[in-house]
Design a protein around this ligand. Structure first.
Ligand code: MSP
Length: 509
């Protein structure tokens, strides 16, 4: 049986249409999911929406619709966006799904019955847009440390989860699993800023708004955000039915991919909830950086963004995917700009990849009527190219296992550059002038076509549409991961299809 891999994105707030920042997380998760599938894993890739809470209740009221009507529309749009971006999720969970709601009620009741949830009074500092409570010391100049806006003091009867009870076990878990939180800097941040000062019990119910999952044994209360939201990762697998086939197969998650501001929920609250439920903990939480615009976060509440579909329409889906995956070192913040997207597309996709494929296929048509031949008239410089191409698989694997997605792509691009250099060094157009060099010319073209085939397989998790397009031009069925262990799988005597431009150079004004 194949090894399994369960990867999740955060479930997004459908408080407004999604922007390029949400696409960023989702494209990366998609690329990792596709990579794992390519390499033979049985992947379960989940995304979804986190639909409850005061903010959405308010927005719906302003719009004059019910909260459910409000989110339905945004979710329809989000699913359309994911389709345009080629997001290959296996499951889309909504926290308004009946199964999720009833599972959350059962989780809440179980924790209450076993004494891990108790009733108390909440007095706290709360940021409504971020739906986060903060302690006095976490505020920055008296404002929300995440978004910089006013916070309000709240006091109400509430249920609490005994987070403090699990503090020591959590630290022990961190010690035993050094790769649980990546990048490592985020782990230190969790320990120093949140755990060492002492974990406070967590407020897990509200009475001040209604748009939430009701606590079934106390109708004044709705379950407050994090128990509802975080549980999505197990309710989708059938929990609390632990014998459910999906749960048995996929839990624990292999990777929760999240933005840096929600690392603390995923690496403190979530593990403690799971410990209380006596479940295994996820293997890894990766906290990526933000895409920023002119130094600030792209944000629905700041309204500084374009519909991502506009970029897809202008530049093509793979240009957008490629940019998101390649531009920013994974883990760091990175500036988003349309100019950088254009430059990236022109240099890597149009020049390096597009030109290589186009020149090679065109020359094959020009000199051999598109026939794939390999008479094996080799020279030393062939070996160097072939060695680089064959090494790629393990290099990409190492980078992807460390979640260095941009570096994995860069390694493939380096090999494509070598292919372009190989064209310059072997000068096929000169070989073509000499009838006695025809076989050497055919060998050179074969080496290039085969290098392109192998590279396209390795590029397929990142730019799947382009890889398909390349396979089509190569007219090949040799597209499996195993087929790249050997140089020479491209079928001889078949005919290539006509060359097609992969990426037209984008002219800037
Ligand atoms: N609903 C919660 C997550 C619950 S998970 C159990 C939430 N939603 S969110 O819509 O505000 O953000 C979801 C994700 O999108 C976060 O990981 C966040 O970091 C990411 N991004 C939102 N804006 C972003 C950028 N500008 N750049 C990169 N990622 C960003 O938090």
């Amino acid at each position: 049986m194949n090894k399994k891999y369960y990867i999740t994105t955060p479930i997004y707030y459908p408080s407004a249409d999604f922007h390029i920042g949400h696409c960023y997380t989702t494209i990366i998760a998609d690329a990792i999911a596709r990579y794992k599938r390519l390499t033979g894993y049985d992947v379960f890739f989940q995304t979804g929406t986190d639909e409850h809470g005061e903010k959405i209740e308010k927005k719906a009221k302003e719009a004059g619709v019910t909260p459910k009507e409000y989110v339905d529309k945004i979710i329809e749009n989000a699913k359309d966006l994911w389709q345009s971006l080629g997001i290959s999720y296996d499951y889309f969970i909504r926290t308004t799904d009946k199964e999720h709601e009833s599972a959350v009620q059962k989780i809440f009741k179980k924790l209450y019955d076993q004494g891990d949830i108790y009733k108390g009074e909440y007095k706290g500092l709360y940021c409504i847009p971020c739906e986060s409570f903060w302690t006095e010391s976490q505020l920055v100049e008296g404002k929300c440390p995440d978004c910089g806006r006013e916070i309000k003091e709240v006091s109400e009867e509430a249920y609490f989860f005994k987070l403090s009870k699990y503090q020591d076990k959590l630290v022990e878990f961190y010690d035993k699993h050094p790769d649980f939180i990546l990048p490592i800097s985020r782990k230190n941040e969790m320990l120093n800023n949140f755990i060492k000062p002492g974990l406070e019990d967590l407020c897990v119910s509200r009475t001040s708004f209604k748009w939430g999952i009701p606590v079934d044994f106390d109708s004044e209360h709705v379950v407050y955000v994090w128990v509802d939201a975080l549980s999505n990762y197990i309710t989708s697998l059938g929990y609390p039915d632990e014998s459910n086939e999906k749960f048995q197969k996929y839990w624990p998650a292999d990777l929760h991919l999240v933005g840096k501001e929600i690392v603390r929920f995923h690496t403190i609250i979530w593990p403690c909830l799971l410990m209380a439920l006596n479940l295994e903990l996820p293997k890894q939480v990766f906290g990526h950086g933000w895409l920023i615009i002119n130094g600030g976060k792209i944000s629905k509440s700041l309204g500084n963004y374009k519909d991502p579909r506009e970029y897809i329409e202008s530049y093509g889906v793979d240009a957008v995917r490629y940019y998101a995956l390649r531009e920013v070192p994974f883990g760091s913040d990175g500036n988003f700009s349309e100019e950088a997207l254009i430059t990236r597309t022109n240099t890597d996709l149009a020049n390096t990849l597009g030109n290589l494929v186009n020149r090679t296929i065109s020359m094959s048509h020009k000199y051999f009527e598109g026939q794939i031949l390999n008479p094996k008239v080799t020279e030393d410089l062939d070996n160097e190219l072939i060695r680089s191409v064959l090494n790629l698989k393990s290099i990409v694997e190492e980078k992807m296992n460390a979640l260095k997605v941009n570096e994995a792509i860069d390694e493939i691009m380096e090999v494509l550059k070598k292919c372009n250099k190989y064209i310059d060094d072997t000068t096929p157009w000169i070989l073509a002038k000499d009838e006695s060099k025809k076989e050497r010319l055919a060998t050179v073209l074969y080496n290039l076509l085969e290098s392109i085939r192998i590279s396209a397989i390795l590029l397929s998790p990142y730019i799947p549409t382009t890889s398909e397009n390349i396979f089509d031009q190569l007219n090949t069925n040799e597209t499996s991961y195993d087929s790249i262990n050997e140089f020479g799988k491209l079928e001889i005597n078949k005919k290539l299809n006509e060359p097609k431009i992969l990426f037209a150079r984008i002219e800037t004004k």
